[in-house]
Write a protein of this length. Structure first.
Length: 435
């Protein structure tokens, strides 16, 4: 049986990651056969700011992954992010056409919910059914075959600015690729990180990337809020550079190695150190007395200074994390939702591994929190096993569900292509929402 090739491209503010996976109909978990991350250029806070540079970054990542996998791809799934991503919940109502509810009735209800008076500069990229109501009986996940006269659907619609959506498509299509679907980063991460129990109880997922933090909130198994704030790991790096008087590259090294620095696991560099041991000990004692407990960073290849204050490092990082979390809380609150969910807050993304990040989150949100690691793929997953790759792993999962149906309506923007061939995908989506 021929393997199907799935290609996922996570277009982030700091890196573009391409994952190529292979699967057949019997595979529940796709096998990664090619993966590569390339530093991104032309992308700021999730938005394309230079089409040529962004296209080159995507091309470099894709070409290296193709070389590793030994295949040439034509169809790709891509993530979108940025503060322009917003969401709205809307209801669609239709009269049932026959004695039983059919897939066409379900589709018409979803289409009815989609016909919103959105601004011209906003494009719906996901229309996700949350629940159905048949003749005032609510809580129905899969109405096909039921008897009724009136069908209602509660949907969650995620939108992005039309210009950002079109610019992203242009970058990918310039490489002679077909964009099968564009998926919100936060939604993709939920597919690889959250458990069904967490979704049912109610959970908030924060994907802290380099330039943005994506937000997804679930209640009773259905997504109710999606959004993004324009702060991320690069803001922490910038604060460290200013506070510790380092270059941005050196500050990034300190941020990535924060736990090792605080635990004293960074080896000191002895290169060009001709200072007698006794004098070094005296200097260290003076430094410790005047600046508090210090930690060596010379082993990280940092040349501007040999050590930093542990207290200063911790204060800078925690202060910026508090600001990010408070902005998230305020954004969610303005939309009429509460981020203090029963299952707590799950934090993922490249910056989620910062020291004591769960403690800071618990202090701000008042609920338990954990760091979410992606799962669900096999094969060459060593390079994409940490939280920084939750979105790209979830994108593969989304593509797997999408391609299992061969066609149809997804939770994504291909909904807008018309009814022909949309039935199977809607069937798959609805079944995936069932408990």
């Amino acid at each position: 049986m021929a393997k199907r090739i799935i290609t996922a491209i996570d277009v982030g503010s700091s890196k573009v990651t391409t994952v190529i996976a292979a699967a057949d109909e019997s595979d529940s978990q796709p096998a990664v056969i090619g993966v590569y991350s390339h530093p991104s250029q032309g992308i700021k806070k999730g938005v394309i700011v230079n089409i040529d540079e962004a296209t080159n970054s995507i091309s470099e990542s894709l070409t290296a992954a193709e070389r590793m996998a030994g295949v040439t791809v034509s169809d790709v799934y891509v993530t979108i992010n940025g503060q322009q991503v917003t969401s709205i919940n809307n209801r669609g109502v239709v009269a049932v056409s026959g004695a039983e509810i059919t897939m066409e009735d379900t589709y018409r209800a979803i289409e009815n919910a989609r016909t919103l008076s959105l601004p011209q500069d906003m494009n719906p990229i996901h229309i996700i059914p949350r629940e159905f109501v048949v003749d005032n009986q609510n809580g129905i996940k899969y109405p096909i075959g039921m008897t009724g006269q009136r069908l209602e659907v509660e949907t969650h619609i995620i939108t992005a600015s039309t210009s950002s959506w079109k610019n992203l498509r242009k970058c990918v299509e310039q490489l002679a690729l077909n964009v099968v679907d564009i998926v919100f980063t936060g939604w993709a991460s939920t597919l690889s990180v959250l458990t069904e129990t967490e979704k049912e109880l109610g959970v908030a997922l924060l994907d802290i990337g380099a330039g943005t933090t994506s937000i997804s909130i679930f209640h009773e198994g259905a997504i109710v809020f999606s959004g993004c704030v324009p702060l991320g790991g690069l803001n922490i790096t910038s604060d460290l550079a200013i506070g510790l008087q380092l270059s941005l590259d050196e500050a990034e090294k300190v941020k990535v190695n924060m736990s090792n620095i605080l635990d004293g696991k960074v080896a000191e560099s002895k290169d060009n150190d001709s200072t007698p041991a006794l004098l070094r000990k005296v200097d260290e004692e003076k430094s410790s007395t005047s600046k508090g407990e210090m930690a060596s960073v010379s082993g990280l290849g940092i040349t501007s200074k040999e050590e930093v204050s542990k207290e200063m490092l911790t204060k800078i990082v925690e202060a910026r994390l508090e600001e990010i979390f408070e902005m998230v809380r305020d954004t969610v609150s303005k939309a009429g939702f509460d981020i203090a969910t029963p299952a707590g807050v799950v934090i993922t993304g490249g910056s989620s591994q910062l020291r004591d990040i769960t403690k800071v989150a618990q202090a701000v949100f008042g609920v338990p929190s954990r760091v979410g690691y992606p799962s669900g793929l096999t094969g060459m997953v060593e390079e994409i096993s940490d939280p920084g790759y939750s979105a790209v792993q979830g994108l593969v999962r989304h593509a797997m569900d999408d391609e299992n149906d061969s066609s149809g309506i997804s939770s994504g923007n291909s909904l807008q292509s018309g009814f022909g061939g949309l039935v199977n995908r809607l069937t798959s989506l609805l079944k995936s929402l069932m408990p």
